[in-house]
Ligand binder design. Structure first.
Ligand SMILES: *Cc1c(COP(=O)(O)O)cnc(C)c1O
Length: 399
């Protein structure tokens, strides 16, 4: 239904104004609509000034911001208990924009050696071309961090729960070390969203997320988030905006919809993963289970202290005398759990790090990290845990 036009208005003009009525219709939507608009219209220049100065809440241009993105950012900052949050098109967009803000040509980063594959690629293939070097160490070892520090080191970078070994860093210790060495501490918090831990409150300077994973939670939206102090995030948001790493209104809308169930989902992921991890530990065909909620986990006590509400849905386990053929037989025998090179969906998925995320690491090095040919990573979903276990049982029977 087009808005009523003067009888002299041509078809061309009527066509151009189709849909205008929706904006002017009285009554407001009960849920947030998607503002799929590249620019925002103004009635006068005073309002333009007001929006620019921040006196008026408003938006100018899609790449800079839009209402769906603002809703996502404002909610996220509150969930993290941080001053400010800024959304990006993807997790990698957030990681790049945040890293480039804290560094520059002629500077140096100290990164943990177990990090997400594309982040490793960014640090080793692309940032060096901009004059930014990286040294990889075990960031939970303060002596290793100290030994790697150079006069031009700016950043200490790590991940909240390591993939796929599910190791737990001590956030407060790393924050203290970073402060002492005058480094910006930055964590990729993707595996442990704000319901589980709020790193800024433990002293970490900047948190980045691939909201593509637990925040979105349904494998249907890409997104990234940068969280921290207002001065830093303002600069990082400006970098993301000028690099064009802009989150689309639809992806922002999907992420906001998902935030509403984040606590419920994280409770279910954590409860189910605990049940599945304990069950796996009893299986004769399993030699090792890695989950922070197990007493056998090397950082169990730290995990309990740091993640008081649960440990999330990520776990790994090793098949006894495992190899590629056995892992393959196991995955093929699963009826309901698909192999998926992603994680954090509401449904359970399985991954084989040796042929996906870690395939390019030389064999000896990979095995030294614990990523053997018998290691499987499970992203435990929110189904009834007995159904997850029944599917795993079928797969063990096929070995
Ligand atoms: C998926 C992922 C990323 C990258 O996120 P994208 O949204 O795909 O860019 C970064 N870090 C971790 C730990 C991830 O799992």
């Amino acid at each position: 239904m087009a808005e009523e036009q003067d009888s002299r208005t041509s078809l061309d003009t009527i066509a151009v104004h189709s849909g205008d009525w929706a904006v002017k219709h009285p009554g407001r939507p009960g849920a947030m609509p998607i503002y799929q608009t590249t620019a925002f219209a103004f009635d006068n220049l005073e309002d333009v000034e007001g929006v620019h100065s921040g006196e008026l809440k408003g938006w100018m241009y899609y790449r800079v911001s839009n209402p769906n993105r603002s809703a996502f950012e404002e909610a996220f900052a509150q969930l993290e208990g941080a001053e400010m949050a800024s959304a990006t098109a993807s997790g990698m967009g957030a990681i790049f924009a945040a890293l480039i803000t804290a560094t520059g040509a002629g500077t140096h980063i100290i990164s943990d050696k177990v990090i997400y594959g594309s982040t490793y690629g960014l640090l080793t293939q692309h940032l060096p071309r901009l004059g930014i070097e990286t040294t990889f160490v075990d960031t939970s070892d303060p002596a290793a961090v100290r030994a790697a520090v150079r006069p031009n080191t700016k950043v200490l970078y790590f991940e909240s729960i390591s993939n796929p070994m599910i190791g737990i860093p001590d956030f407060a210790s790393i924050a203290n070390l970073g402060r002492e060495l005058n480094l910006t501490t930055m964590v990729d918090g993707t595996f442990a969203p704000p319901y589980l831990v709020r790193p800024c409150e433990l002293g970490i300077d900047v948190v980045m997320h691939a909201t593509t994973k637990y925040i979105g939670g349904h494998s249907d939206a890409l997104g990234g988030m940068m969280v921290g102090r207002k001065d830093f995030i303002t600069q990082a948001a400006s970098a993301a905006m000028m690099f064009g790493a802009t989150l689309s209104p639809f992806d922002a809308w999907l992420n906001v919809r998902s935030l509403k169930t984040l606590p419920l989902r994280m409770q279910a992921h954590s409860r189910n993963a605990q049940i599945v991890a304990e069950w796996l530990e009893e299986q004769a065909k399993v030699s090792k289970v890695y989950y922070p909620g197990l007493k056998s986990h090397p950082q169990h006590a730290l995990a309990v202290r740091q993640f008081p509400k649960g440990f999330g849905g990520m776990l790994s386990f090793e098949l006894k005398d495992g190899n590629h053929a056995k892992a393959s037989r196991f995955i093929n025998a699963l009826q309901h759990i698909p192999f998926m090179p992603s994680l954090a969906d509401v449904s359970t998925t399985i991954n084989y790090p040796a042929s996906t995320s870690h395939r390019f690491i030389p064999y000896e090095e990979r095995v030294a990290l614990g990523i053997t040919d018998g290691l499987l990573r499970l992203s435990v979903g929110i189904e009834d845990p007995s159904d997850i276990i029944r599917d795993l049982e079928t797969a063990f029977a096929a070995l």
